[in-house]
Design a protein around this ligand. Sequence first.
Ligand SMILES: [Fe+2]
Length: 305
Amino acid sequence: MRPRPLIGSTTAVGAAVFGYATVVERNRFALRHLDVPVLPPGARPLRVLHISDAHLTPGRHRLLSWIRSLDALQPDLVVNTGDSIAHPEAVLPFLEALGPLLDRPGVFVYGSNDLYSPIPKNPARYLWETSAKRSRRGVPDLPWAELGAAMEAAGWLDANNRRGRLKAGDLDIDVAGVHDPHLKRDRYEEIAGPPDPAADLRLGVLHSPEPAVLDRFADDGYDLLLAGHTHGGQVCLPWFGALVTNCGIEPDRARGLHRHPADGPDDDGRPWLHVSAGLGTSPWAPFRLFCRPEASLLTLVPRTN
Ligand SMILES: [Fe+2]
């Protein structure tokens, strides 16, 4: 029997799937709506727009235009959990796409890719190797400081190893964050300690959802933790989900809303954890499969217990 027709059809299917993942799904942006019961009884709902992992290069016009459309959601608060840029000239397009979102209350942390430009690699390595070692390359070569300065100048809170206070909607929010644990730049000791119990909400932010760091936030008593980095697995299997997370969190929590730690009784005060599957990909792994790029509109509502 001659195997050539089988090889030919397998190659054609592979090329079609790759084409779909690169050209179509990578640009099929989704807006996730989730309710999160973290507010005090009687509080008015708060709309939080969570964006992450844009990995922006200046030519990504569809992504830029979709980010530009998000202000129409009229969020009360914007949270950017990092990996915003992937090119030295991406800062200005990213800021222009945020546009009026920058006039709203906001908070940000950096991801490793805000500091280091992407390097060519075999895209399939994403499936079996963490990028942590490849990311630690000495002096950062991307304009992360320019990006951060612009967001801070607009009034957004820089939460990289910092604490702060925000007013959003009717709420007084105690916020703390760390720089990216994936780069080992997190310094939890600089923000350690219980957040203000008198605040309406205690919010923790970080790029890579490393369980050891999430444990610190949980132990200190934060209500809600927001992270990105995983890309939701980026290449998923239908009816199964993520295969990898590129960090310590397990694939079941690679995206979406869960508690942290994952197991325990419902009413034990564990924080909610939302992991964004992110808006983009590394330019050197430009595909997403069964894992659409996304932003999330979290509606914070009063607790039910
Ligand atoms: Fe990322």
